[in-house]
Design a protein around this ligand. Structure first.
Ligand code: ZN
Length: 709
């Protein structure tokens, strides 16, 4: 059976962070470089105060009652510029280090987690007691092999040669299809990307999702937007970069091949952007068969190489973009596809290839795309790779050392209070029919909170890590991860599964599992401090936790019923009302212009903005409930509500280099961090707390303020 979908949501997983790592359209290695927090991690310095949070940032986040008063700029009215009022002095002093693209609270927390993880990995590498085959030995070997720059240099390109040779030997489209399937296994570039995820129609089971695959640039707009001068410059630099990488690998006619690859990827980008209205009138919106959905492909050889032969139940989100990509397999010259595969093999392997490849990869992927001036220290890159490969094993060591059961319990209690606050809001939600409201409350009751770390740790015994084989380790780790996905097929879905490592500074909601996942590394000061004023804890970590819970009620999440099954459980009137509210939010956010002429995409960021809006409202209610009828104390001259809003605004203290901000605005599902605090404009309580008046720049008349949940 072929289970095609026209309008499957873009992804089942939604995430909080300034670094979500679930983009399907960039190659895995580059997606991690572009997105994952560890790459924006620490400078090469010891952390002097590991217990009190980011020490290298101006201002002391935990000073006094829990937020940074010295970092405010009280010369500006909160109603005119709330971000500057809350964080102006801090932001003025904040310097982005040369090897980073961003700086602020979240990057500083990433620093802290990476410094701690580095100490654990170095101890593992130095340990003489770690038994061969143990997780500690593997962490140590993986990390130290990456660190062995001289060893990597001496080997040259030899470890990648078997892969490049296999690509050179491709002589027909059958072999090409096989190579595309195999590239999925070891995490290299492929036009058709295979992923195992929940079945939206039956969240008890996993199915295979086939998606549009690898583009070397961060988003289709980089290829297709011919008006944007920045994208034109990036395309030009990308062309030279592909050529330089091929040249380093000894490939002839590197320039001409690079041009062919860029043209091919431009057509892949167009395919990924296919809209339903682009389909010819005679083409059915749902594909009748797998063969028709994947034209140009030798299906049997592709499926066998990807390890999914025998599975005929596949989901395409949505099928016609995948079909458009698949059609190119027959249309484009075989040689161009081989060049594409070879370039992406080099790009995937670049972090563990000799220095010339590392430098060329940095010059494009980091400098051009993100504006970093310097390559991050090697230990930091090694740590990012080790965390990707063995994140849970590393997380186990991390929580033993850095996360107490008491902190976990306190965070769980916070989640319970937030759920109670949202439940109360749902029970009195005027615009929703009583029967829909009852179902929404039932769904909320089913949200499974996963806090800090998993109850059961995954088994790494099948991952082979060889001392001194950095590239081999890199590829085997990708294959291990892929195989773990395949192993889920045919088994009941495990609701307790952890999609993140405890070391990740991130949080996630999975709408199929109806859960939220909040790793230990984000449950840290200044976001969460058990000793801090509750107003600040609710404003900071409280909003983050509530944001994740509210993802189950955003424009995508609301389509999933209490069991996580995609279905229609809303009345048409409720749907219409919700759409009206969310359309207004799209418009409001689209008014933000982080760079001259570049606005936030209100439609793409809608789900995240709904979660932010609802998250702040729910966390404020929960804070009020925690007072149990007593008036909030005034601390340092600030009322409880003022401290709540300031704690929230200070969470998103953030600076970007310009290319990084352009990169974010072109493809990220979140509003850029520094603009997220503006959501308070929709809350009456914010106007009351700071006496915001008509005529002030951020003032919205009551009828323009939006409340969804
Ligand atoms: Zn989110």
């Amino acid at each position: 059976m072929c289970l095609d979908r026209r309008l499957l949501p873009l992804g089942l997983v939604l995430s909080l962070a300034f670094g979500c790592s679930h983009h399907a359209r960039t190659p895995p290695a580059q997606a991690e470089q572009a997105e994952s927090a560890p790459h924006d991690g620490p400078s090469d310095q010891p952390d002097p105060t590991p217990q009190t949070g980011p020490a290298d940032q101006p201002g002391s986040p935990t000073a006094g009652f829990g937020f940074d008063v010295a970092g405010m700029d009280r010369s500006v009215a909160p109603g005119d510029d709330f971000v500057r009022y809350a964080s102006g002095t801090y932001l003025q002093k904040l310097v982005i280090p040369p090897d980073r693209a961003q700086a602020g609270v979240m990057p500083a927390l990433v620093d802290l987690a990476a410094q701690r993880a580095r100490a654990l990995a170095e101890a593992a590498a130095a340990s003489r007691d770690a038994a061969p085959g143990s997780d500690i030995r593997k962490i140590g070997d993986f990390y130290s092999s990456f660190m062995d720059e001289a060893g990597i240099e001496a080997k040259g390109l030899a470890p990648l040669e078997p892969y490049l040779d296999a690509i050179r030997k491709i002589s027909d489209r059958g072999a090409l299809s096989e190579a595309f399937g195999a590239a999925n296994r070891w995490g290299s570039g492929t036009p058709l990307s295979v992923k195992v995820d929940l079945n939206p129609d039956d969240p008890e089971r996993h199915v295979i999702h086939i998606m549009n695959g690898t583009l070397g640039l961060p988003a289709p707009a980089y290829y297709l937007d011919r008006q944007n001068a920045h994208f034109a410059e990036v395309r030009d630099r990308y062309l030279r970069h592909i050529s330089a990488m091929l040249h380093l690998a000894g490939v002839d006619r590197a320039e001409a091949r690079a041009r062919g690859i860029l043209d091919l990827e431009t057509r892949l980008a167009k395919a990924a952007e296919t809209r339903i209205e682009d389909l010819p009138p005679d083409q059915p919106p749902v594909s009748p068969t797998l063969e028709k959905a994947l034209p140009g492909l030798d299906l049997a050889r592709f499926l066998a190489a990807a390890g999914i032969q025998g599975h005929r139940e596949l989901i395409f989100p949505p099928f016609f973009t995948v079909t458009a990509a698949s059609r190119l397999i027959a249309q484009e010259p075989l040689e161009t596809w081989k060049d594409y595969l070879a370039y992406h093999a080099l790009a995937t392997a670049a972090p563990v290839l000799p220095r010339a490849f590392v430098d060329e990869d940095f010059a494009f992927s980091e400098k051009v795309l993100h504006g970093r001036a310097e390559l991050a220290p090697r230990w930091q890159r090694a740590m990012a790779a080790t965390t990707r490969a063995m994140g849970q094993a590393l997380g186990k060591l991390y929580v033993e050392r850095h996360f107490s059961p008491a902190a976990r319990e306190q965070a769980r209690q916070l989640v319970q209070n937030l759920v109670a606050a949202l439940d109360a809001r749902l029970s009195r939600l005027a615009w929703m029919a009583p029967e829909t409201r009852a179902k929404a409350r039932a769904k909320l009751a089913r949200v499974l909170p996963k806090i800090g770390y998993p109850d059961a740790w995954p088994d790494y015994s099948r991952l082979e890590v060889r001392h001194g084989d950095a590239l081999g380790n890199h590829l085997r780790a990708a294959e291990f991860e892929y195989q773990q996905q395949l192993d889920q097929l045919g088994k009941p879905a495990d609701r307790a599964a952890w999609p993140l490592s405890p070391v990740d500074v991130n949080a996630e909601a999975n709408v199929g599992r109806v859960d939220i996942t909040v790793p230990a590394a984000i449950l840290e000061s200044p976001l969460f401090d058990p000793r801090a004023d509750p107003a600040v804890n609710y404003g900071a970590i409280g909003v983050i936790l509530a944001h994740e819970i509210c993802h189950h009620f955003d424009a995508n999440g609301r389509q999933f019923d209490p069991d996580g099954k995609m279905g229609d459980w809303w009345t048409p009137v409720d749907q219409e009302h919700y759409k009206g509210l969310t359309d207004r939010l799209v418009q409001q956010v689209a008014g933000y212009e982080p760079l001259p002429g570049v606005h936030v995409d209100g439609a793409r960021t809608l789900d995240e903005n709904i979660a932010d809006l609802a998250g702040v409202a729910v966390a404020l209610d929960a804070y009020h409930r925690s007072l149990q009828g007593r008036p909030a104390k005034v601390l340092g001259g600030f009322t409880g509500d003022q401290r709540f809003f300031l704690g929230f605004a200070q969470t998103w203290r953030h600076k970007y280099r310009e290319p990084a901000l352009r990169h974010h605005l072109a493809q990220d599902p979140h509003t850029p961090a520094a603009w997220r605090p503006l959501v308070v404009r929709n809350l009456d309580a914010w106007y009351e707390a700071f006496d915001v008046k008509p005529g002030q720049k951020l003032y919205l008349p009551p009828e323009e303020r939006i409340t969804i949940w």
